[in-house]
Ligand binder design. Structure first.
Ligand SMILES: CC(C)(COP(=O)(O)OP(=O)(O)OC[C@H]1O[C@@H](n2cnc3c(N)ncnc32)[C@H](O)[C@@H]1OP(=O)(O)O)[C@@H](O)C(=O)NCCC(=O)NCCS
Length: 451
C-alpha cells in the first residue's frame, strides 16, 4: 500500500511537470535532426509517434532526417565512389541523382510514418545552397553549404499546422542541387527560425565522461555528461577536437554555435531506446547531453505562490525527519529569506538564509528534488546563499543538521559550537534533536568567484 502511494505521488509529480512544460512550449519551434540509421531500429515508429504527440500538443516541429547511411547504400548499389574527407562527402555531379534519391527516400519514410500517426507533413525545397568549393586543395564538387532558407514559406507551413521535412539537399539560385550535411542543415534551420530547441537524435550515447577531457566542475550522471553551459561546451570543444574528431564533436560544435545564435537548448540524445525524446523534454534530466545558453537553471526569491510547491518538495524530507517540519504560515512569514531554484517554471530546489541581529546567518531548508540529485544544484544553492550573506555583510553563516554534516563539511563548512549561535537560536536550540552545528566564516571573503 505504501509502495502504491509513493508510486502514485511520483506519477502525479511527473504529470504536473509535463503540464508545466506543455504550456511553456506551446507554439515554440523544435528542430529535430534524426539519424537515418535509426529508421531500422525497433523503437523508430515509437519515436515518430512521440514526435507527433509533441506536434499535437502545439509544439511546431521541423524534421531533418539524416541520410548518410542510405546514401552509402545507394552509392554502393550503383558502384559510385564518393570519398569522405574529414567527415564531408565529396559529391561528384554524376552522384547527385543517387544522393537525391536516397535523401528523398529517407524523407518519404518519415512522411509515411507521420501519415500513419495522423500528422500532416510536407517535404520541401526551401534551402538555397552553394558549393563548398575547394578546401585545402580538395574540390568537394556538388557538396554544398546552406546559403539561405525560404523562411516565410517555412513559417507558413508551420502555421498551417504541417510538419516540414527537410531532405539534406539544397539548390543554387539556378536550380543546381547540392548534397548538404544534415547536421549543418538542422543547425542552420534552428537559428534561422529562432527555434527554442534543437535535437540531434543519434545512434550513439551522449558524452561519456571517461572518454573525454572535461572542463572543471562538470556534473556527471551515471558516467554521462548530462549538461554543459555554452561556455563549457566551448571549452569541451577546445579540449577534445584534436583527439576526438568525429560526429559527436561536430554536433557539440553546432550546438555551441546554435546556442550562441539564440537557440535556448540543444539536446544530443540516443534514439536507440524508447521514449528518449519525451524523457529529455519533460523531465529535463534526460539521458543525453544538453547544451544550454539561457540561464535555464534559475535562482530567484521565493514568492507566496511558490509556497505550496516548496512544501511539496520538502514533504518527503520532513517525513524522513531530515528537515524540521514547516507550515505554509512559517514559510509565508519568512518568505523573503527563501530562494528557489526553478527549471522551466517548476521549483526543483530551495533553501533559506535567516538573518540574525548579531550579523550571523542561518542556512536552512536546503532541499533538492531527488530527480535532480548529484548535479551540483545543492552546492550551487549554498554558494548562492553565501553570496547573499556576503552582500548583507554578515560575519558568518551556520547550519544545524542531523544527517547532512558530511556534505556541508565537503563544501567547506567546519564544526562550530552552541556558543557561536545567535542568542535567540541558542535559547531555542533543540538539544534533543542533537543537531550538529556547522559554520562558514565569511569575513575576509571577496567575491563569488572565490568560493
Ligand atoms: C543534501 C542535498 C541538498 C544535496 O543536493 P545535491 O544537489 O544532490 O548535491 P550536490 O550535487 O551539490 O552534491 C552531491 C554529492 O553530495 C553527496 N551527498 C548527498 N547527500 C549527502 C549526505 N547526506 N551526506 C554526505 N554526502 C551527501 C552525494 O553523494 C554527491 O556526492 P558525489 O558528488 O561524490 O557523487 C540533497 O541530497 C537533499 O536535498 N537532501 C535532503 C535534504 C537535506 O539533507 N538537506 C540538508 C539539511 S539542511
Amino acid at each position: 500500500m505504501q509502495m502504491d502511494k509513493s508510486r502514485l505521488k511520483e506519477q502525479v509529480g511527473i504529470i504536473r511537470q509535463a503540464f508545466g512544460y506543455i504550456n511553456q512550449f506551446k507554439d515554440q519551434i523544435f528542430v529535430i535532426k534524426i539519424d537515418g540509421t535509426l529508421i531500422a531500429n525497433q523503437f523508430f515508429p515509437i519515436l515518430i509517434k512521440d514526435i507527433v504527440l509533441l506536434h499535437q500538443m502545439g509544439i511546431r516541429v521541423i524534421l531533418v532526417p539524416g541520410a548518410r547511411n542510405r546514401i552509402d547504400e545507394v552509392l554502393a548499389t550503383y558502384k559510385i565512389d564518393c570519398p569522405t574527407i574529414n567527415g564531408t562527402r565529396v559529391s561528384p555531379p554524376e552522384a547527385i541523382p543517387f544522393i537525391k534519391m536516397a535523401a528523398f527516400d529517407v524523407s518519404n519514410k518519415l512522411m509515411t510514418l507521420l501519415a500513419e500517426n495522423g500528422a500532416d507533413a510536407v517535404i520541401g525545397n526551401w534551402v538555397r545552397a552553394r558549393s563548398i568549393g575547394v578546401r585545402d586543395g580538395i574540390d568537394f564538387q556538388s557538396s554544398g553549404i546552406v546559403e539561405k532558407l525560404k523562411i516565410d514559406i517555412i513559417k507558413n507551413v508551420l502555421s498551417d499546422n504541417l510538419i516540414p521535412i527537410f531532405p539534406n539537399i539544397g539548390w543554387s539560385a539556378t536550380g543546381k542541387p547540392y548534397n548538404l550535411s544534415s547536421n549543418e542543415l538542422a543547425f542552420n534551420i534552428s537559428t534561422e527560425v529562432k527555434a527554442t530547441k534543437l535535437f540531434f537524435v543519434t545512434d550513439q550515447d551522449g558524452i561519456r565522461g571517461n572518454d573525454y577531457k572535461l572542463p572543471a566542475n562538470i556534473a556527471q550522471s551515471d558516467g554521462m555528461v548530462s549538461q554543459l553551459t555554452v561556455e563549457q561546451a566551448g571549452q569541451f570543444i577546445d579540449l577534445n577536437t584534436e583527439a576526438h574528431p568525429g560526429e559527436l564533436l561536430e554536433m557539440i560544435s553546432f550546438a555551441y554555435r546554435a546556442c550562441i545564435n539564440g537557440v535556448h537548448r540543444v539536446h544530443i540524445i540516443d534514439g536507440r531506446a524508447e521514449g528518449m525524446i519525451l524523457k529529455e523534454i519533460f523531465s529535463n534530466r534526460g539521458f543525453g547531453t544538453m547544451i544550454y545558453s539561457n540561464q535555464h537553471e534559475n535562482f530567484r526569491a521565493m514568492t507566496i505562490s511558490d509556497i505550496s510547491e516548496v512544501l511539496r518538495l520538502m514533504q518527503p524530507v520532513i517525513e524522513d525527519k531530515v528537515l524540521v517540519p514547516r507550515t505554509a504560515a512559517d514559510l509565508e512569514e519568512k518568505v523573503n529569506d527563501y530562494t528557489v531554484y526553478e527549471i522551466d517554471g517548476t521549483v526543483h530546489a530551495c533553501g533559506a538564509l535567516h538573518v540574525y541581529p548579531e550579523k550571523l546567518g542561518e542556512i536552512a531548508a536546503i532541499v533538492v528534488d531527488e530527480m535532480y540529485a548529484g548535479a551540483g544544484i545543492g552546492k550551487q544553492i549554498i554558494l548562492y546563499l553565501i553570496e547573499k550573506a556576503v552582500k548583507l555583510k554578515l560575519k558568518q553563516v551556520f547550519v544545524l543538521t542531523t544527517q547532512t554534516a558530511d556534505w556541508f563539511l565537503h563544501i567547506g563548512f567546519t564544526e562550530g559550537t552552541v556558543d557561536e549561535l545567535p542568542e535567540s537560536k541558542r535559547e531555542s536550540y533543540n538539544r534533543k534533536r542533537n543537531s550538529l552545528i556547522l559554520k562558514y566564516k565569511i569575513s575576509g571573503r571577496r567575491t563569488k568567484n572565490s568560493y
